[in-house]
Ligand binder design. Structure first.
Ligand SMILES: Nc1ncnc2c1ncn2[C@@H]1O[C@H](COP(=O)(O)OP(=O)(O)OP(=O)(O)O)[C@@H](O)[C@H]1O
Ligand SMILES: [Mg+2]
Length: 253
């Protein structure tokens, strides 16, 4: 069980400042959902937390250990953080089982038998015990995403990051993935989740962070941020997300 602390995080791409001073914490065993419009910096934030991107300044601490310390062992630091992407990024030529064992063997140096035993446990945890020998092309999008979750869990992460894990899925497949995430949350996994699934955020998140333009506009319990947002930008965003078929004609004429 781990906690995450993000302190005054900035990230620039050339002259573009994508993160403009982000501060928040995720307490051990808590779920924080990050919401916000496209381009607001949500993915960049997650990528800075697991060091896929180097922050321009600021700190990321996991269990008090500063991952952004230039002297930290970056591979060891990364290993502590599991990440699940919108696109599942499975190896198409490997079975589900092999997709879950390969990093265990190569990165954690587990033997084949141990890696397979862990993989079978994690595949069962995401409801795919019977799909170990299937190739990604033989699995639905929701099943592929659950293999990707099992793959991350097999590495014993201290925390899990999810970047819009259900956005690429057909609507009828979203539920199975959210069920697995809800179960992980109940088991006490520390989770930072970028999502547009407001019902999930309301039900599962301990706190919701609304980002816009590289800053946190507001954060708090879901009932407050989603249920009774204080800022107009949050309200505008939520109207769009909660009512995507609504055509906003204000100012269009
Ligand atoms: N490697 C990069 N180089 C240059 N600019 C980048 C890079 N990665 C992201 N950006 C820019 O940073 C901004 C934030 O991008 P980011 O992907 O973090 O947004 P997001 O909130 O995840 O959006 P979405 O909801 O569409 O996924 C965008 O303007 C994007 O073009
Ligand atoms: Mg993104």
């Amino acid at each position: 069980m781990s906690d995450v602390e993000i302190r005054d995080l900035h990230k620039c791409f050339g002259k573009l400042e994508v993160l403009r001073g982000i501060d928040f914490t995720v307490e051990s065993g808590q779920v924080v959902c990050v919401i916000g419009p496209s381009g607001s910096g949500k993915s960049t934030l997650l990528r800075c937390v697991n060091l896929l991107e180097r922050p321009t300044s600021g700190k990321v601490l996991v269990d008090g250990v500063e991952l952004t310390d230039p002297d930290v062992d970056i591979d060891a630091a990364r290993r502590r953080v599991g990440m699940v992407f919108q696109q599942f990024n499975l190896f198409p030529h490997l079975t589900a089982l092999r997709n879950v064992t390969i990093a265990q063997e190569r990165v954690l140096r587990r033997g084949r038998a141990e890696a397979e035993s862990v993989a079978r446990t994690e595949l069962a945890r995401v409801g795919l015990a019977d799909k170990a020998d299937a190739y990604p092309a033989q699995l639905s999008g929701g099943q592929q995403q659950r293999v990707a979750i099992a793959r991350a869990l097999a590495m014993n992460p201290a925390l899990m990051l999810f970047d819009e894990p259900t956005s690429a899925l057909d609507p009828e497949l979203v539920g199975d993935v959210l069920t697995v995430m809800r179960q992980l949350a109940e088991e006490g996994m520390t989770m930072l989740v970028v999502t547009h699934e407001m019902a999930f955020a309301r039900e599962v998140a301990d706190r919701v962070v609304f980002m816009d333009g590289g800053t946190i506009v507001e954060e708090g319990p879901p009932g407050q941020v989603i249920g009774a947002p204080r800022h107009e930008r949050t309200r505008t965003f939520l109207r769009r997300v909660l009512n995507p078929t609504h055509v906003d004609t204000d100012g269009a004429r």
